[in-house]
Design a protein around this ligand. Structure first.
Ligand code: NAP
Length: 274
């Protein structure tokens, strides 16, 4: 089995990011500790968390207990909405680092584009980068409008924009905009939380390649050059989701998957954040 979990790409500031990682939303306590421990054993290098998830301590413990070299692991966390603003964000990163028991994270993201706060938060992100508390900084749930506003206010280009993205929410325009600006797109809910596993197109393509619906959806994102962070607390699923490097979808199947877009969202539309 070619799990190849060390496949990576280079962000706009030269930092290397694995293209496939583990999402951890809803995993807490022992379940978070166990999932991250399994993931690290399997070879996952990227772990995605957030101050909001309430699992940074569990993840920090799993990382330190794994005895894996810190440089071998890529940790993302995020500043939550009520922690935003310049001074608050500088405090928030310290709290996250303390919980994670780390000196720095690899990627620090603004979780949502909170109105009236996001530009000050971004100034704090510049400072955090300068203080080397994060190797790279970026945003999450930013639309093209939010990104344009940010780019006009600062010369620091976000390294990443983490957004909801799947064949059923194929945000082509946003992807192209990010590519053009050198912002790496990272997909959350890449599996639609399982809601679309029974879609007939997904099912027939899975049968054709002898892969599961989850593997087809992950592979589709990877072939679009997107970073994928499927969540699982199940050891078999963790293996399955990583086993996506021994096949590729042909262009006809990619197009068929692209055409599944129906604006399907599980999480709030960031357009509501004016
Ligand atoms: P997801 O990854 O699309 O789906 C996770 C669900 O799929 C879980 O219920 C999981 O159950 C199941 N699953 C995983 N692998 C499977 C497999 N091979 N076969 C069958 N079922 C499988 O959804 P998500 O967790 O919402 O998104 C992924 C990550 O993105 C999150 O965990 C979080 O880190 C991040 N995220 C970020 C934001 C943001 O605002 N920035 C928002 C949402 C999510 P099991 O655990 O039982 O496998």
């Amino acid at each position: 089995m070619d799990l190849s979990l060390d496949h990576s790409v280079i962000l706009n500031n030269g930092v290397k990011i694995p293209i496939l990682g583990l999402g951890t939303w809803t995993l807490r306590g022992k379940r978070a500790y166990q999932a991250v421990t399994w993931a690290l054993e399997i070879g996952y290098k990227l772990i995605d968390t957030a101050s909001f998830y309430g699992n940074e301590e569990d993840i920090g413990k799993a990382i330190s207990d794994s005895k894996i070299d810190r440089d071998e692991i890529f940790i993302t966390t995020k500043v939550w909405n009520d922690e935003q603003g310049y001074d608050e964000t500088l405090k928030a990163i310290d709290r996250s680092l303390k919980r994670l028991k780390l000196n720095h994270v690899d990627l620090y993201l603004i979780h949502w584009p909170v109105m009236a706060k996001r530009l000050d938060t971004w100034k704090a992100m510049e400072k955090i980068l300068e203080m080397e508390k994060a190797k790279a900084v970026g945003v999450s749930n930013f639309t093209i409008k939010h990104l344009k506003e940010l780019l006009e206010s600062s010369s620091l280009i976000p390294a990443v924009n983490q957004v909801e993205f799947s064949p059923f929410l194929y945000q082509k325009e946003l992807l192209e905009f990010c590519n053009e600006k050198g912002i790496k797109l990272e997909a959350y809910c890449p599996l639609t939380r399982g809601r679309k596993f029974n879609n007939p197109v997904i099912k027939s393509i899975s049968e054709k390649y002898n892969k599961t619906p989850a593997q087809i959806m992950i592979r589709w994102g990877l072939q679009h050059g997107i970073i994928e962070i499927p969540k699982s607390g199940n050891k078999n699923h963790l293996f399955e989701n990583a086993n996506v490097f021994d096949f590729s979808l042909n262009s006809i199947d990619m197009e068929q998957l692209d055409s599944l877009d129906e604006g399907f969202r599980l999480v709030d539309d960031p357009l509501f954040y004016e």
